[in-house]
Write a protein that binds this ligand. Structure first.
Ligand SMILES: Cc1cc2nc3c(=O)[nH]c(=O)nc-3n(C[C@H](O)[C@H](O)[C@H](O)COP(=O)(O)OP(=O)(O)OC[C@H]3O[C@@H](n4cnc5c(N)ncnc54)[C@H](O)[C@@H]3O)c2cc1C
Length: 382
């Protein structure tokens, strides 16, 4: 969208393999407008999330997309988590967030009458929206600005020739001068199609959600989150109120056996073989096998999932939760087994690769677009 605005004379052609936009990560997320509290000061995530949250609210206001700034309560569920809660407060302040406040139990209960815990951090700027509607508006604006959005068109091959690049798709081939690869769970493969050697491999992690039954939704007013372990890019299971009033619980983070595998039973031989053949996967598994196993256990045993949630809201019972959908995260992994934490865009020749845009990339999508266009402008010499 930003590209077609900045370069109205270049013809922008966006190809999407699904029938409509936002069928994968952008349409299967928690719908949170993150404040930017979690991210390392100075990182792209920190900078673009804080800016993106404000830009997302303004965008929603301008185009009549529902959003709400409902605030978030981060709950330390034991004394051992309190120092980490304080570090989070410092981090949020370093990132320029206003209004962060450690609150006493009485005040925490005024905000979330049913929450448990021993210490509480209020993040007043966090909000919620519907990212499918945001993406549909982005697509509409691309078309209005003279670009084309071609759905049901899968990129199958990319042939680099002198002076041009041929994109082979399921609906014919076309030639282009520049390519921006932002294909989410398939971004490493699309790079390889063009002969590039991605510095990372995409490993899919499924996040499963439960829904609170309507009679128990009153247990959660806004967003209730645990104190995350900042060594991991995942936040831990939490409660999220949706725009329509539903309350979600989750998502967990389990290794998916299919890149777009939304059910526990989904399996794709190519996806699994590629993950297991990647040396970085085994190095990551050797480091994080304990937390990986715990996530897997929680995925299979609802009672373990419920126990994790009870730390935040002790009144929650298994009967309050019904299975809801899931989302699959594209997590970029380095050959040494480390998870790429920050956003990562790389420009090589006439192609720009978007390799790592995990959460909070929906929140930060507007400034991410701007950064990508700036990088393309320099890299392509536009
Ligand atoms: C469970 C979960 C919860 C999250 N919660 C939040 C949240 O609350 N707030 C937040 O800010 N972020 C959240 N995120 C992160 C956010 O949703 C993602 O970072 C963001 O949506 C990534 O957008 P994307 O465009 O890179 O990827 P995607 O939305 O996955 O888009 C990539 C697109 O490329 C298409 N594609 C792939 N291969 C091809 C091909 N060969 N040819 C043509 N098209 C192709 C796909 O069909 C897809 O539509 C969450 C993510 C998940 C998974």
């Amino acid at each position: 969208m930003h590209f077609s605005r900045v370069f109205p004379r270049l013809r922008l052609f966006l190809v999407e393999k699904e029938e409509s936009v936002a069928r994968h990560q952008s349409g299967h997320n928690s719908g949170v407008i993150h404040s930017g509290i979690y991210y390392k000061p100075g990182s792209l995530k920190a900078r673009l999330c804080v800016e993106g949250a404000a830009a997302m609210c303004a965008f929603c206001r301008e185009y009549g997309i529902p959003y709400e700034i409902c605030g978030k309560l981060i709950v330390a569920t034991g004394d051992d988590e309190v120092p980490r809660l304080h570090s989070l407060l410092e981090r949020g302040r370093a990132n320029g967030l206003a209004g962060l406040k450690l609150v006493e139990q009485e005040q925490a209960r005024e905000i979330e009458p049913h929450c448990g815990g021993v210490a509480w951090l209020l993040v007043p700027g966090t909000g919620i929206t519907e990212y499918t509607k945001v993406c549909e508006k982005y697509a509409e604006l691309i078309s209005a600005q003279g670009g084309s959005v071609r759905t049901s068109t899968e990129v199958k091959g990319i042939i680099q020739r002198a002076g041009e690049t041929v994109i082979e798709t399921t609906r014919g081939s076309f030639s282009t001068r520049y390519v921006i690869n932002c294909s989410g769970l398939h971004s490493d493969r699309v790079s390889r199609m063009a002969g590039a050697t991605p510095a990372v491999e995409i490993v899919p992690f499924r996040g499963e959600y439960y829904d609170l039954v309507p009679e128990r939704r009153h247990l959660v007013r806004g967003l209730i989150y645990p104190v995350p372990d900042l060594r991991f890019p995942f936040l831990g299971v939490h409660f999220t109120r949706r725009i329509g009033g539903d309350v979600d619980a989750g998502p967990n983070a389990v290794l998916a056996f299919k890149r777009e595998g939304y059910r526990k039973t989904d399996f794709n031989l190519r996806d699994v073989s590629e993950t297991f053949a990647y040396p970085g996967f085994w190095k990551m598994a050797a480091t994080y096998w304990r937390s990986g196993a715990a996530e897997f256990y929680r995925s299979v045993h609802k009672s373990a999932f419920v126990q994790a949630l009870q730390k935040l809201v002790p009144e929650i019972r298994g009967s309050d939760l019904v299975p809801d959908g899931s989302g699959v995260r594209a997590q970029a992994l380095r050959p040494d087994g480390s998870l790429v934490d920050d956003f990562q865009f790389v420009c090589t020749g006439n192609m720009l690769h978007v390799w790592n845009v995990p959460s909070p990339a929906a929140t930060a999508s507007l400034p991410i677009g701007r950064e990508i266009v700036q990088m393309a402008q320099q890299g392509f010499g536009l």
